[in-house]
Design a protein. Structure first.
Length: 438
């Protein structure tokens, strides 16, 4: 392993920054992001995503470009293209979203590949971490690199693929503690890529035989979870009609040693709620129409409307007027204990209830209200007074959509009117303290 590799990380979000910080403990690393505000906060030793403790981040930040300042290791971030062109290895960690028709949008990958192609020199290696369908790296990204750089693939430059496995908000399974899948465009490059990651990933690595195998392994990880959660959500709908508590059922079934312990819920975020569309799209291109994958997606995407309808039914049973009702929604991020609002399905609950004419107030101590409004047009509060409410100011209904730690000690009965209803999507409260759990 050449310890003198200069590494450029393209994209400094939930995936890129933890990876850049980790590599910077042993290599000189330049992080690149088009968001100048993001670059400035990182260089100041602050991570607004809260994935990295500020003290840990500051321990690797250096004052100048580490590529030409004599550092043995360290991280500096930039929005200036010229400052990354001296790298030997480029790792691309940009997002891979879907458009409004749920079709894969590779624009960020094309843009990043075009930029890296301009900087690429002979012997360079480009590693992709973004989640894609099998074939994207070699069939979509490599042609861009070749065209822009004027270099020949697998002669003048090489590529690798190592799918990200970041779990936002998880302080236990950090990037260095999750086994990493690696691959390369030739067996020799595969070994180099594997050794590079192995030098910083304490959990170890798995070298896949080809890039396509590595790409496929990533996209099925989240598709598998999506399908299993969809089954739980379908059970929740069935048991709701039978007036059976789904969590009680799962607790009983979970006593068998080989029962898979998934739970029903709102499936959002940038991974589980998006990645299956990449696999389904590729399958359709080669003549296979996915049935199970897309059925699971449709079912999971329907859960926001289902939750809203369940709340409305409970309110009607309690003779609560729906139009103008005051409803408290607890949580707007896509998962607990992190500020990530990407593809949040809690938003679906809010918008569906507003369609009924209810007035929904969203409280989330983790989410940035301006980001929530810019992304979804939903007003939210991160610092909201919930105590000492008079009876006329209490809520007609409360919905727990996200299991933030701050919610666990809330006295919901203190916030609700006498005839009000409490619906717990996440099942974090006992059934004795709520009207219904998903």
């Amino acid at each position: 392993m050449n310890k003198k590799y200069k590494i450029a990380i393209i994209g400094l979000g939930y995936v890129g920054l933890p990876l850049a910080r980790l590599f910077a403990t042993k290599y000189t690393v330049m992080g690149f992001d088009i968001n100048k505000g993001r670059v400035e906060e990182i260089n100041a030793g602050y991570d607004s995503t809260t994935e990295i403790d500020n003290d840990v981040l500051r321990s690797v930040i250096v004052d100048n470009n580490p590529f030409n300042s004599g550092y043995d290791n360290g991280l500096r971030c930039t929005s200036v293209y010229d400052e990354i062109k001296y790298a030997d290895v480029y790792i691309i960690t940009v997002p891979t979203p879907v458009d409004r028709h749920n079709r894969p949008d590779l624009t960020p990958l094309y843009t990043a590949s075009n930029m890296v192609g301009k900087a690429l020199k002979k012997g360079g290696i480009v590693i992709y971490e973004s989640t894609v369908y099998p074939g994207v790296t070699e069939e979509e990204c490599v042609p861009v690199l070749e065209k822009v750089s004027g270099l020949k693939f697998n002669v003048d430059f090489f590529v690798g693929y190592s799918p990200e496995r970041i779990n936002p908000g998880d302080k236990e399974h950090t990037v260095d503690k999750i086994l990493k899948v690696t691959s390369g465009s030739t067996p020799e490059i595969g070994k180099i890529v594997d050794d590079l990651y192995k030098s910083v990933i304490t959990a170890g690595t798995h070298l896949a035989p080809t890039i396509k195998v590595a790409e496929a392994s990533k996209v099925i990880e989240n598709s598998q979870r999506d399908i299993n959660i969809a089954f739980m959500n379908e059970l929740a709908k069935i048991f709701s009609l039978m007036d059976i508590d789904t969590h009680d059922v799962l607790e009983a079934a979970g006593t068998k040693w080989n029962f898979l312990k998934f739970k029903p819920g709102l499936v959002g975020g940038h991974c589980i709620g998006v990645d299956p569309f990449y696999l389904a799209q590729k399958a359709q291109e080669i003549g296979y129409h996915s049935e199970l994958i897309l059925a699971a997606r449709r079912l999971n995407d329907s859960m926001g409307a289902f939750v809203a309808s369940q709340v409305v039914k409970l309110m009607i049973r309690n003779d609560i007027k729906i139009k103008g009702a005051k409803i408290l929604n607890l949580g707007i991020t896509f998962k607990e204990n992190c500020p990530d609002i990407r593809n949040s399905k809690a938003v679906d609950v809010v918008t569906n209830l507003e369609d009924y004419g209810s007035h929904v107030i969203t409280y989330d101590p983790w989410a940035n209200p301006s980001e929530v409004y810019d992304e979804y047009g939903v007003n939210s509060y991160c610092d909201f007074i919930l105590n000492d409410l008079t009876e006329d100011k209490k809520f007609d209904a409360i919905i727990v959509t996200v299991a933030h730690q701050q919610f666990l000690n809330l006295n919901l009965n203190h916030l609700i009117k006498e005839k009000g209803v409490i619906y717990d999507v996440k099942g974090i409260f006992s059934k004795e303290n709520v009207n219904k759990r998903l």
